[in-house]
Design a binder for this molecule. Structure first.
Ligand code: ZN
Length: 93
């Protein structure tokens, strides 16, 4: 059987950053409480949502925010990568 995955060269791609540099990240879960009214089972349920968390600050890194449009502000990393007017990447705590 052939491997259908496209091969890409990631050697030149940068590591994802948080807290001012490349970090270890881990996958963890948050849960959405599904009320009995909208739950298909008619009972309250908790639905697991996979999240990316920076191991240094324990919060969701800025580059992953777009995956979770309703992410609570208090779970967002304080790190903000801002493009300055001169075009330099500027890390702002
Ligand atoms: Zn961090």
């Amino acid at each position: 059987m052939e491997n259908q995955k496209p091969k890409i060269d990631i050697s030149g791609a940068p590591w994802a950053e948080c807290c001012g540099g490349p970090q270890f990240f881990e996958i963890t879960y948050m849960f959405k409480r599904i009320s009995a009214i909208i739950s298909p089972s008619g009972k309250e349920e908790y639905l697991p949502i996979e999240m990316v968390v920076c191991k240094k600050c324990g919060k969701v890194p800025a580059w992953a925010w777009s995956r979770y449009p309703d992410l609570p502000e208090e779970l967002k990393s304080q790190e903000k990568t801002i493009l300055t007017s001169s075009g330099d990447l500027f890390s702002h705590k």
